[in-house]
Design a binder for this molecule. Structure first.
Ligand code: NAP
Length: 260
């Protein structure tokens, strides 16, 4: 077990990649604080994690609200005694439109969840890890869209690029405390978020998700879309002792779709 008895906070744990991380961490022996804005989604993940016998707690909260973040981190420390791993996974897409038509609200909401939310959780985790001593792991979910711009995804791309630079900065700041700070940049991962983002396109073209995926295969050298488990295994590695000489990195998990 790579994460035996490590205490991990996972945001956005109710769905998609976050649920995949929760299941993999449970399998690796971690104790879990599962956070999501949607209680029903958390319930679904909780029922799956229960089967593994892992020790876990669920917290409903919004990562963009400071009081919520402070509350779920404090409750985690009260419940489990410490926090060893923080996975900043919660994120949203932006309303799909070109930047020249983007609304103020669409821009601000994406920044609030994807960038401010990651900052708030990084800060809350770092303060507790430094206070308790013994190092730690902070891992955020950026995107290949944080390395390359994509039409209609302006605010999303900007936030994900921001996550990479927050990661580098905090990695430099916390190295002396043996807290590593890394992020992953997934590509095309089959989750409710991806399907929701594609919905307007699929409705306009009449294509199914499966047909769209096949059409896009030539851009993915490994020839398939990714799944939450593909992302979860890399995050498990980054959270483990195996990655103790890595910090400030932004690792692609894209089947080769993005290589820089
Ligand atoms: P998902 O299936 O929508 O799961 C994200 C979860 O986070 C949802 O349960 C969502 O609730 C929750 N959430 C949203 N806003 C929140 C907030 N303010 N506070 C707490 N929880 C919140 O999405 P996913 O595809 O697994 O994405 C997870 C992460 O991977 C995101 O950061 C995303 O940008 C990133 N990513 C995804 C892909 C991909 O292809 N899927 C590629 C690259 C990067 P709601 O359902 O209510 O929104």
């Amino acid at each position: 077990m790579l994460l035996k008895d490590r205490v991990a906070v996972i945001t956005g744990a109710g769905s998609g990649i976050g649920q995949g991380i929760a299941l993999r961490f449970a399998h690796e022996g971690a104790k879990l604080a599962l956070v999501d804005i949607r209680p029903a989604a958390l319930e679904e993940t909780a029922s799956k994690v229960k089967d593994s016998g892992a020790d876990f707690e669920t917290y409903t909260g919004d990562v963009s609200i400071t009081a919520d973040v402070e509350s779920f981190f404090s409750q985690t420390v009260e419940r489990f005694g410490r926090v060893d791993i923080c996975v900043n996974n919660a994120g949203i897409g932006n309303p799909p439109m070109p930047l020249m038509s983007m609304t103020d609200e669409g821009f601000d909401q994406t920044i609030a969840v994807n960038l401010r939310g990651v900052f708030l959780c990084m800060r809350a985790a770092a303060q507790r890890m430094v206070a308790q001593g013994g190092g730690g792991r902070i891992i955020s979910v950026s995107s290949q869209a944080g390395k390359t711009g994509y039409p209609m995804l302006g605010p999303y791309c900007a936030t994900k690029a921001g996550v990479i630079l927050l990661t580098q900065t905090m990695g430099k700041e916390l190295g002396p405390q043996k807290i590593t700070v890394n992020c992953v940049c997934p590509g095309t991962i089959d989750t409710p978020l991806l399907r929701g983002t594609l919905d307007p396109i699929l409705q306009a073209t009449g294509e199914t998700f499966e047909k769209w995926a096949l059409k896009n295969m030539p851009t993915i050298p490994l020839g398939r879309v990714g799944y939450p488990a593909d992302v979860a295994k890399v995050i498990t590695f980054l959270a483990s002792d195996e990655a103790d000489y890595m910090t400030g990195q932004a690792i692609n998990i894209t089947g080769g779709q993005e290589m820089h």
